[in-house]
Design a protein around this ligand. Structure first.
Ligand SMILES: *Cc1c(COP(=O)(O)O)cnc(C)c1O
Length: 340
């Protein structure tokens, strides 16, 4: 029995086509740069992002941390918003791996306040750490998309201050679909960009880090140091190619399913949808009923073959993805309506 799983787009298992591509992949030792499938994925990814080169890595966290390690030196400070993944959900890795400290900007669901950003840059005063990097996130994991103009403002400001920018684009394709522009136009406002193949794009694992040729050469060595030099990684790059060639092109369906789910949830009278965070494949909603037992609700859904995450900061987050159909959403809503 397959679960109907609204917890995240990370639960997307590979399609039959992907499994076939894995079985038939042409592979080699990627540490020797001899895996043709990895090389193809890296080349196509670089082109897609408008960058000179790209590197296949195990996870999004790995890609972000590899980027920080490659851009910075020990003792640098990096600037990141306090509601970004790099600060919240990467186990404090930048302190351990890169020995950098973070300066946090206020939470903006991805949006960066330029005055706040500029006042966070460090001068050359002997007491200060060097500002080594600014990190931004688009699409933001709060379900919002950062405006292209805001990205440009950030980039122009950091350029003037000679600070590089890293874009955490775990869901860059969702942002590009929402904005209706090529991902390369987003990545143009960053020196490096990472994206995940394993979120809504159905690959079983893997992320890409892209940037200039010299950046990726340096990152390749650090990837080995971090234990990310994989051998016949072509078996993972093969579904990755399907992710970027095909899966990235169907994300609009997940976005419209999210909007459909949002409108149907309102019908139940149980939820109030946060419409400010409905840009991509996520629905955030609070509970509008007073007598509501959260544990009972989750158990009840489980008995009906549905998985959701517990409530967080007074909001549920429901995520649509390849394995969630419109019929699944109708079923979910009917099940909710019968909850007592
Ligand atoms: C999921 C995610 C990551 C990390 O990716 P993993 O593959 O889970 O390590 C990084 N940034 C954002 C915005 C994410 O949503």
């Amino acid at each position: 029995m397959k679960w109907i799983d609204f917890r995240s787009d990370t639960v997307t298992e590979p399609t039959e086509e992907m499994l076939d591509a894995m079985r038939n992949a042409e592979v080699g030792d990627d540490v020797y740069e001899e895996d043709p499938t990895v090389n193809k994925l890296q080349k196509e990814s670089a082109i897609l992002m408008g960058k000179e080169a790209a590197l296949f890595v195990p996870t999004g966290t790995f890609a972000n941390q590899l980027s920080i390690l490659t851009h910075t030196s020990m003792g640098d400070e990096i600037i990141v918003s306090k509601d970004n993944h790099i600060f919240l959900y990467e186990v404090g890795a930048s302190a351990v791996i890169s020995s950098v400290q973070l300066q946090l900007l206020g939470a903006g669901n991805g949006k960066v306040d330029i005055d706040e950003l500029e006042s966070s840059y460090r001068s050359s005063d002997i007491h200060f750490p060097r500002t080594g990097l600014v990190c931004i996130e688009n699409a933001h994991s709060s379900g919002t998309v950062m405006a292209l103009d805001n990205m440009r403002e950030v980039f122009e400001s950091t350029r003037a201050a000679k600070i590089p920018v890293h874009l955490d684009g775990a869901r860059i394709f969702n942002a590009s679909v929402f904005l209706n522009i090529d991902p390369a136009r987003l990545a143009a406002y960053a020196d490096s960009v990472m994206f995940c193949l394993s979120k809504g794009l159905c690959s079983p694992a893997g992320s890409i880090l892209a940037g200039s040729g010299s950046f990726v050469r340096k990152a390749r060595k650090y990837r080995k140091m971090m234990g990310g030099g994989m051998r016949q990684a072509g078996y993972l790059a093969a579904p990755g190619l399907i992710s970027i060639d095909k899966m990235a092109l169907r994300l609009e369906e997940d976005h419209s399913n999210a909007k459909y789910l949002a409108s149907r949830l309102e019908e139940t009278g149980l939820f109030s949808v946060n419409k400010d965070k409905l840009d991509i494949n996520m629905v955030f909603c609070g509970i509008s009923q007073k007598s509501f037992d959260e544990d009972d609700f989750i158990d009840y859904l489980k008995k009906n073959n549905i998985k959701i995450h517990p409530i967080h900061d007074n909001e549920y987050r429901f995520v649509t993805h390849y394995w969630i159909t419109k019929e699944n959403i109708d079923y979910f809503v009917e099940v909710i309506k019968k909850f007592k």
